[in-house]
Design a protein around this ligand. Structure first.
Ligand code: SF4
Ligand code: SF4
Length: 297
């Protein structure tokens, strides 16, 4: 694996860190109505959001000392429309998972031109490039043959939300993927459908889009990193761009990262992925990213 020289001091991430989400960009080539990045109807100020240069990302990400078995996860937005992603993949010293909807310009040739695919060679109980099919946005009959070509040399699979409104379509996709020998997995639907809430929430009133408590103490084991390098204590702060709540910038030489309880006045605007009961990076069920202490506790 390529070891690029780094001038910034190393940062050791806490050992109980479960996930590091690197938002290379918030831009996307699709326009899903349910896009989580706009969960509280206040995000995606695309023009106002500076994106780090690839060289800045490479130096900043390579300074991180990750806990064993924890990759970086490139996501967004659509990480592959950040033009510097190929340069980053060519120079990163970590394992990288990618969440993507696979824009048409992402071809087998593009990956084959990279100096190394070591970043993708990670022991994981799931495909580490996770291609999302979005109903009415992209076509699974085009996506699945493309993934079949890429899986010859990459750990890659197709994922879709297990939406209760169209089980027949999901069944068709599963059968189509099976026919092509492509791994297809469903993810838990986080919304409400016909009066039923589908996600299991550890804090059921946390996601009502409005702050509902004066102050709580919140501790997260996930680090979301925005396109400008700001590291946030949760996805709500990231999506709302609460710079005053950020833990610092990944390019800051004096940055230190800890998982500790921090004051928060935004409980009620939490994002489901932070407060739902899910599996951790080892696929063990029962994990929740945040632990929240309420005043009366
Ligand atoms: S593909 Fe993902 S990031 Fe892009 S619009 Fe759809 S939900 Fe949002
Ligand atoms: S309480 Fe909610 S909004 Fe506040 S830090 Fe925790 S997850 Fe984020």
């Amino acid at each position: 694996m390529i070891q690029s020289a780094t001038k910034l001091p190393k940062i050791v991430l806490p050992r109980d860190t479960d996930y590091i989400g690197v938002y290379l960009t918030n831009r996307c080539f699709l326009t899903c109505a349910y896009c989580i990045t706009n969960y509280n109807q206040q995000f995606i100020n695309i023009k106002g959001f500076r994106e780090l240069e690839p060289s800045e990302w490479i130096e900043a990400l390579n300074r991180l000392e990750l806990p064993p078995g924890i990759p970086l996860t490139f996501q967004g937005g659509e990480p592959f429309i950040y033009k510097g992603i190929w340069e980053i993949l060519d120079n990163i010293r970590h394992k990288v998972d990618i969440l993507t909807a696979l824009p048409p310009a992402v071809t087998a040739d593009k990956f084959k031109q990279l100096k190394s695919l070591d970043w993708n060679k990670r022991d994981a109980p799931y495909p580490t490039i996770r291609v999302s099919f979005h109903k009415d946005q992209n076509d699974y009959k085009q996506l699945i043959p493309r993934v079949k070509e890429l899986q010859e040399f990459l750990k890659i699979g197709v994922f879709h939300i297990d939406h209760p409104a169209y089980p027949d379509t999901i069944h068709e996709i599963r059968e189509y993927a099976k026919k092509h020998g492509v791994e297809f997995r469903t993810k838990v639907f986080l919304g409400e459908y016909q009066g039923k809430v589908y996600a299991r929430y550890r804090y059921p009133d946390a996601c009502g889009h409005k702050p509902i408590r004066g102050n709580v103490k919140c501790r997260n084991t996930v680090f979301p990193i925005g396109p400008n390098g700001m590291i946030y204590k949760c996805h709500s702060d990231l999506y709302a761009q609460r710079a005053d709540q950020a833990l610092g910038n990944i390019t800051d030489p004096n940055l230190k990262l800890e998982n500790k309880y921090r004051d928060c006045a935004y409980y009620g605007t939490c994002i489901p992925c932070d407060v739902k009961i899910k599996t951790n990076h080892l696929q063990m069920d029962g994990y929740t990213s945040v632990d929240i202490i309420f005043e009366e506790d």
